[in-house]
Design a binder for this molecule. Structure first.
Ligand code: GLU
Length: 304
């Protein structure tokens, strides 16, 4: 373990070198939207003489594929992006996620949830059920005996959001380089899942712990993840972790004006490479898009 690894996440933010990361899930090939996000995070770190890390979010065993991890590394290298340190795979960190979940459990802030997707959908669509897709709290209401008797069944762990809010400072904030200071409203997400039936951690818990552990000072990611940040801010308060600065960038839109997404058939970098695209030209084009999005009325996209 290097000296730096030993102090990961423990340096005061003011003295820590700027550190950003790109954290894709290996559930498919990267497309232009990913390249845009990776490039913004990379450039932000490099402009500050800081570090750029690559983290593979592979805890979802049902959707992650090893060949996609190789594909991500290959695509980023093709773009000419270099990262510091070795690539971190979240499947190497399961013990840390379990330890943090254990602390929340000991504090009485999480509960086991035995509901299936269809139980949740049925409760949510009942005439007087809760609005939207929020978890209706069925398992929060289980009596301790009933809960203990069922622990042998497959279960997820959910954060009891009311208890968690009561255990943290009443008002929590995070700073975003583009959107300003934002008050965290994690309760909008209800009792979120922190460990799944089929995965020992959820995105929220793993990403929050890893950002702290690897000393990330600046989280650069798409604005589709702003709501997640509200939850991450609460987890930071509960687990005693530092709060990085955030830079939620605008999403790159395709020619039809809609955001690029895998499910809508956004062209993959691998496909573009196979078609003979020039990576240097592509990177220049993405940097130009970043500048034009930034001058589009909302102030700079990424302010150091
Ligand atoms: N793994 C997430 C994704 O691919 C990104 C998470 C993050 O940047 O915090 O959407």
């Amino acid at each position: 373990m290097t000296a730096w690894t030993a102090t990961r996440g423990q340096e005061p933010a003011s003295r820590a070198p700027v550190t950003t990361r790109f954290a894709p899930s290996p559930t498919g090939r990267l497309h232009l939207g990913h390249a845009f996000s990776a490039l913004l995070a990379h450039d932000f770190a490099r402009a500050a003489g800081g570090r750029f890390l690559l983290r593979i979010e592979d805890i979802d065993g049902t959707r992650s594929r090893p060949e996609h991890i190789d594909g991500i590394v290959e695509d980023l290298a093709w773009l000419g992006l270099r990262w510091d340190e070795s690539v971190l795979r979240q499947t190497e960190r399961l013990a840390a996620y379990a330890e943090a979940l254990g602390r929340l459990r000991a504090a009485g802030l999480v509960y086991p949830c035995f509901c299936t997707r269809s139980d949740i959908a049925a409760a949510a669509s009942a005439p007087h059920g809760p609005a939207g897709a929020l978890y209706p709290g069925t398992c929060r209401a289980l009596a301790p005996d009933a809960r203990a008797a069922r622990l042998g069944e497959p279960h997820a762990w959910r954060l009891d959001i009311a208890a968690a809010r009561a255990a943290a400072p009443a008002r929590l904030f995070f700073d975003d380089g583009r959107l300003g200071r934002i008050e965290a409203r994690p309760e909008r997400q209800g009792d979120i899942v922190l460990a799944r039936k089929d995965a020992p951690s959820s995105y929220h818990l793993a990403a929050t712990l890893d950002d702290a552990w690897t000393g990330v000072t600046d989280v650069v990611r798409g604005e589709d993840l702003v709501e997640a940040t509200h939850v991450h801010r609460l987890l930071q308060a509960l687990l005693g972790l530092p709060t990085p600065r955030y830079h939620h960038h605008r999403l790159l839109a395709g020619a039809d004006g809609r955001r690029l997404a895998k499910r809508d058939g956004a062209p993959s970098l691998a496909g573009m490479r196979a078609a003979g695209a020039d990576p240097a030209a592509l990177v220049a084009e993405l940097r130009a898009r970043a500048i034009s999005l930034a001058s589009d009325g909302e102030g700079p996209t990424l302010r150091q």
